[in-house]
Design a protein around this ligand. Structure first.
Ligand code: MEV
Length: 314
């Protein structure tokens, strides 16, 4: 039996603009996906909370499946890509997630990274983090049509990374700010559709390029504030980034209202990921009171810490 942990990914700065060549900063966290793999006479994927239950038929490269359709597409695509990269493996996989799917905590990226890593481990193959990131990005591209390499790279490599695309490159941000709270709001729409809406807006209105540039500048400034541990600066830039994302039409009133009433307890906050609900990342100022307020207002939340390592056997 092999066990792999693939961290979830919190987008600290720069989502959406990263799709258009601007930099972004994202962090791997200590909550994510665990994948168990055991050789068997057929390939089965199961998940704890009944999201999927599938049998992969190797000869025809297809699957008999029940469950959460989006989650299934990532699992099937990851199995296909693993098979063509590492060879045939018949095994039973169990996926356990710390997050509900499709909330914007990069569960799809972590599932892709975790399944590929577990598949390789079950075959006794050691895979380098950069190679793992590349294969997992292929899964995201196959399922979503468009995706930046940010989420898969951060889950595979770990730490706080500054990501740039075209060509893909990254560097570690030596952040001393490592504690966040993720508020989990109901999500309206899928990443793929929200990314498509932003693309359409950008095509209609050339001023949107200026918003993308401004987000890129926030990322540059945030990098040095993260490195110097300047909580006030990071919080303020999170808020600025959030308003810029609002101008792209991906931040709803639910998020704005919540950030407003949480203001005394946080340095700042913003959506994390595609938006329209989903994960809101909060930088706590008065953490215990913040948790009490979230509990009292029935907002589900998860406390996370930055995880220096990427996907690995545990
Ligand atoms: C999704 O987690 C982040 C987006 O920037 C899309 C992407 O980078 O592929 C919205």
């Amino acid at each position: 039996m092999f066990r792999v942990f693939a961290p979830g990914v919190v987008k600290l700065f720069g989502e959406h603009a990263v799709v258009y060549g601007r930099p972004a900063i994202a962090a791997a966290v200590n909550k994510g996906i665990e994948v168990l793999c055991e050789k068997s006479d057929k390939t089965i994927v199961r998940t704890g909370k009944a999201y999927v239950d599938l049998e992969y038929i190797h000869d025809v490269g297809t699957a008999l499946a029940r469950g959460h359709e989006r989650f299934l597409s990532y699992a099937i695509s990851a199995l296909k890509i693993a098979e063509s990269s590492f060879g045939v493996l018949k095994a039973s996989f169990e996926i356990k997630s710390d997050f509900p799917p499709s909330i914007g905590a990069a569960t799809s990226a972590s599932v892709s990274v975790g399944l590929l890593k577990a598949y390789a481990a079950c075959l006794g193959i050691e895979i380098a983090p950069e190679e793992l990131a590349k294969l997992a990005h292929k899964v995201e591209l196959e399922v979503q049509g468009a995706a930046s390499p940010m989420d898969t790279a951060v889950s595979a490599i770990g730490g706080v990374l500054r990501i740039e695309t075209n060509p893909f490159r990254y560097r570690r941000v030596n952040s001393s700010i490592n504690d966040f709270i993720l508020a989990l709001l109901p999500r309206r729409g899928l990443t793929k559709d929200i990314v498509a809406d932003v693309k359409a807006l950008k095509a209609r209105r050339r001023s949107v390029d200026a918003i993308m540039d401004a987000i890129g500048r926030v990322v540059d400034e945030a990098e040095s504030c993260l490195e110097s541990g300047d909580l006030v600066c990071v919080g303020e830039l999170m808020e600025i980034n959030n308003w810029l994302l609002g101008a792209l039409g991906v931040v709803g009133y639910d998020v704005i209202t919540m950030l407003r009433y949480l203001k005394p307890y946080i340095y700042g906050g913003k959506i994390s990921g595609a938006g329209r609900g989903g994960v809101v990342v909060l930088l706590p100022r008065r953490k215990e009171e913040l948790k009490e307020v979230l509990l009292a207002t029935d907002v589900p939340f998860v406390e996370v810490k930055v995880e220096a390592a990427g996907a690995r056997a545990i």
